[in-house]
Design a binder for this molecule. Sequence first.
Ligand SMILES: C[S@@+](CC[C@H](N)C(=O)[O-])C[C@H]1O[C@@H](n2cnc3c(N)ncnc32)[C@H](O)[C@@H]1O
Length: 304
Amino acid sequence: MENVLPWLEPRDVAALALTCRTMAAAARDLTSCRAADAAQGLEGFGIPVVNCVDECRYPYFEYSPVSVLARERRAFAFPRSISEKNAAGFDYGQFGGDGCRCIDCCRGEQEDPAPTPADLPLIYECGPACSCTIQCCHRLSQRGASAELKVVRHPTKGWSLHAAQDIKPGAFICEYAGELLTTKEARKRHQTYDQSPRVTSLLVVREHLPSGDACLRFNIDATNVGNIARFINHSCDGGNLLSCLVRSAGCCVPRLAFFTRKEIQSGQELTFSYGVVEPGLESSSRACFCGTSQCRGILPSEKT
Ligand SMILES: C[S@@+](CC[C@H](N)C(=O)[O-])C[C@H]1O[C@@H](n2cnc3c(N)ncnc32)[C@H](O)[C@@H]1O
């Protein structure tokens, strides 16, 4: 029973709870466990869920700290044999192979600072092509959420992610994990989501290649499978988080990671900008309640 129950949606858990006392007790334990930790024990620390606003329960989704391939639902594993200069033209010489900086830091030179995001939207980390372990300081964004957080119900924005401790500027918070979709599948899901009242979390990320005239698009859908980042709301003033693309040596697809842009106090909501409102889509967009002086009144959305 304990193997099956955690995978059920709240309404099915509630239905089972009515069948007998044992089920009722197990369902009660599971519900309080879900409410006690939004990350279901899969991050390094518990992430409490707070709702002082309405009766809405914590949403059901499969928690995954890393992105997974859609359908197959397995952790996104990158090929190990990748040339130092891959097809997209990225040079991993600094990280992969003999000259890998991570080898130095694994020998004990821990003083070497991790790459900081500064204003750069793209940062490089060690990856499958390197010989270092997950403790390497060049794998900052690969160890899961790194600050104490809480999920808080907001009266107009739904669930939101808040800091549960003071956080310094430039600190890594978490990556945006979800199902990696093909563009065809993303378009299909977008159409379905547009007709649904359900809150959805499909993000389209575009990376401009060095040539400038092409861009790599990847789609991360955290609606059904995702991590704590799926609760980060939009802010028209850019918010207090910087989203960065992280390229890891040996990985073909970059990841999206969030760093703090400024000092954040415990209790503050964490937000970032979802992008711009594309012309022609104003009427179909949802209302924005970011509450900043720069609020445009509608949430950014885009043609997929
Ligand atoms: C990635 S989810 C963020 C978490 C979401 N609030 C929830 O309840 O799960 C994106 C959705 O949150 C809501 N949202 C995000 N930012 C908002 C804002 N500034 N104003 C109103 N709704 C917002 C929208 O429904 C949006 O489609």
